[in-house]
Each structure stands twice: as C-alpha cells, then as structure tokens.
Design a protein. Structure first.
Length: 229
C-alpha cells in the first residue's frame, strides 16, 4: 500500500510522543512550551500562558486598560491617507467590514482552502472576492493597518509578522488565542489585543471536543479588548 510522504516514517498512530504526560503538570511548567519548536507543544504552552494570564488579570484589573470600543472600531481608517490593510490569518467575519473601508486588503495565510484564483509571479493568489491572498508575510511591509490572529503565536509566525509590519500605523492582535498578558506585545508596537474569556467552561469544552471553532465556543465566553495605558 502506498503511503503519503507525510505519513511514511511516522512511528505508530500518535501525533505526539509525549501524549498523556502533560495533564498532571503545573501550569508554570507548561508555559515555557510556548517557545517550543513542536506545534502541539507550542499550542499547549499558549493555552497555559492564557490561563495564567487570565488569573493575573482577574486579580489585578487596575493594571490593565479595557477598551469600551469594539476592536474593529479602533482601526484608524483615515482620509485622504493610505488605508492598506494586511491580515495575518483569514478572519472571515472581518472581511466585509475591511473591504468597504480599505484601499487594498492582503490576507497572509497558507490555508489550502484559500488557493483559488490566479497565481501571479510573486506567488500571490489574486482573488475575485476583492482581496489578495499571500503566502509571504513580507507582503505586510506596505500595510498601514495590520491585524494578526492570536493563533499566529501558536503556529510560530508572530515575531515574523511584527517584524514585517514595522511601517504600519496600527497593529492589532485578535482571537481567543491572544489571551496572554498584553504588555510584551504593546512594547513591540501592538496597539490593541482583543481576546476572549471563557465563562462557561463545561460548554466551551464540550463544543471544542465536538470539533467546534471560535464561532461555536465564543457563546460560552465574553470578548474584551486591551489597549496600552
């Protein structure tokens, strides 16, 4: 039987050799995994950092500034200056809003499901939907407004996205995965961090175990946006 190249050489059916060894570890022991080169370990590390961060924010709310505006209302669309938008990770619900206001929209994402349209010489996919999909984070260099999904930290592209967005006048991070303490991001030029806090743990856990994503489990929590003090 022929096996795909991604499967050949894999020992057994486990995706992670350390499976079953993490559940009893203290959260502080899991936090360093956020810097791991292994994607599953990195995801666990991000989750641990988020859990610890929410505990700290609950105990010291006066150290954080919560915006009274929705995240999208914080985006500084201005005329007659350039309003090019770059998005790292495809956030479908944001697209209609951005297309109405942006001079141009480029989405940096390697999701094969977005591979529709015609590739240009720079390996960018020109979409009929009114925006461009790129596989190269360096295409953010001309963006005036940059939105980065929180999951970028879990997949390992957060630093590269920030480095590529140095010319942007506004950088925002958004998504449930962005629940970490925001100060390090603010020090690197991020202007807003929008995340979510789970208020119904059992409901969110059940939804995730059933394969649900953000649109499904966010009903078991509340959104918030942090901005620099």
């Amino acid at each position: 039987m022929h096996l795909p190249s991604k499967i050949r050489g894999v020992r057994g059916c486990a995706h992670y050799s350390g499976a079953g060894s993490m559940s009893e570890k203290p959260v502080l022991a899991l936090c360093p995994l956020m810097q791991s080169s292994h994607p599953l370990e990195r995801s666990v590390g991000v989750a641990a950092v988020n859990a610890l961060s929410h505990t700290i924010m609950a105990q010291h709310p006066d150290q954080f500034r919560f915006s009274t505006d929705d995240f999208l209302d914080l985006l500084p669309f201005e005329a007659p200056v350039s309003n090019k938008v770059g998005m790292v990770g495809y956030i479908g619900p944001f697209v209609p809003f951005l297309k109405k206001r942006a001079d141009a929209l480029v989405v940096v994402d390697d999701n094969p499901a977005l591979e529709t349209g015609v590739m240009d010489a720079g390996q960018r996919v020109i979409m009929d939907a009114g925006y461009t999909v790129s596989r190269d984070v360096r295409d953010l260099k001309e963006a005036d407004i940059v939105i980065i999904t929180g999951s970028t930290a879990a997949v390992g592209g957060f630093d590269a996205a920030l480095d590529a967005a140095k010319s942007a006048r506004f950088i925002g991070v958004v998504g449930p995965s962005a629940g970490w303490l925001p100060q390090p991001a603010f020090k690197r030029g991020v202007h807003a961090v929008a995340a979510a806090k789970i208020t119904d743990l059992a409901g969110a856990r059940r939804t995730i175990l059933e394969g649900g994503g953000t649109p499904q489990f966010i009903v078991h929590g509340r959104k918030y946006t942090l901005i620099p003090r």
